[in-house]
Write a protein that binds this ligand. Sequence first.
Ligand code: MSP
Length: 470
Amino acid sequence: MSKVYITTAIPYVNGVPHIGHAMDYCLADTYARYRELIGDDVRFQAGTDEHGNKIFLKAKELGEPVEDYVSKNAKIFQDFITELGVSYTDFIRTTDASHERLCQEIWKRLKEHIYTDRYEGWYCTGCERYVTEKECQENNGVCPDHQKPYEKLEEDNYYLRISDFKEQIKNAIESDEMLILPDFRKKEVLKLLEDSPDVSISRPRSQLTWGVPVPDDETQVMYVWIDALTNYITVLGYPDENISDWWPATAQFVGKDILRFHAIIWPAILIGLGLPLPKVLVSHGMVLSNGQKMSKSIGNVVDPREVLNRHGIDAFRYFFLRHIDTFADSDFTWDKFEDAYNNELANDLGNLVQRLATLAKKNDIVRGSAKLNLPDDYKELMNNFDFSKAFDLVWERIQGINKKIDEEKPWSLAKNGEREKLESCMSELINELLLANEMLKPFLPNAAEKIAKVFAGPIIPPETPLFPKA
Ligand code: MSP
């Protein structure tokens, strides 16, 4: 049994969740459940990123005290991931008093790698980051993600000397000591690292009030990314506690848009603290809506609760884990979602369970016991975080069982009185289904539990279909 620590990116709470936010959680939860299934001891962090100007300004715009505003939205995020069946063990808010204190301790421990300097250049409030002259020019002065002009800034900042760590980070990435998945992103990161300047890690209080104060300097507040990244270890109690049982993380899940922070700044902080680097950074693609990036101005933002309410948690997880590719950008449309539900979940899986259980009950079949050994090809894909492909394998098996029933026609065996043949055929089919169901557990824990129950003792077909057709 190994100890496994899994983390997810903590979303900003300047709004409510959209379907893109579900990706980190669906993937991390699938991995967590898989590791539990193979007998590991799992700790699983989730949380919310609550500081920064973007959030402060939004609360102001709504006329709400910022503390109330972030608490309200943090709860909405937490409720959402609970509804999604995410098996997190720890939930951290960056406004937790303990996090703020530990974060300040961490700052003090990094002191020898921190210096002050004057910054003059471009900044995007949407991204909460500085932008190089080159990037500003390439984008014609407007942030492509937020459609807002970059702001010119001139201020005193603290900097983290990335140059102190560059060589070590490069070696860790090249040697896969810190594995970056998928491989093409690893190459991008190595390229970015080459030109990576030292990073600013504070803002003057005049620019940013809603943040963690820099220790021993009343004029400066920590830049959100420093406060945010450290959540992965403060949630374990660092630096008060020895975290070596759980750190380094087994896998950290992030979207491709924030990989650079996790692959450059985060390792720099860790090396500065004398801590090991995460074993794997899994960087997923973006969920698009009708082929486009989701944006309020286009009006194509999909509310995840609406998707959840449509056909429930299994349908949600099914679509996002199988039809949204783990590593590439993929598209959500209501049509695709409905098709996947009706043609695959309801037809392939729901009908299979109903059909087999009904046949078994009608013919008094008792399930012969079999060991459910997860197949090697499945384990390999799961170990490599290639979840959508692993899910394809599960589905191929489900479709294979349907095909086998059609070919072997157990109802004819029953009709012809071929009892022995019928029993062995049915027991084989049921065992195959139960093995597929075992493989399904990390993806659709809810459905898998219901299916396991149907075949657990005397076989009882579900009274209502598992996935009623819409
Ligand atoms: N607060 C930072 C993360 C700090 S982690 C120390 C942040 N927040 S976010 O709300 O913008 O994004 C949270 C997560 O959701 C990120 O992993 C991000 O990539 C992911 N996604 C946000 N929009 C997404 C899609 N449209 N599709 C897939 N994932 C998306 O960044």
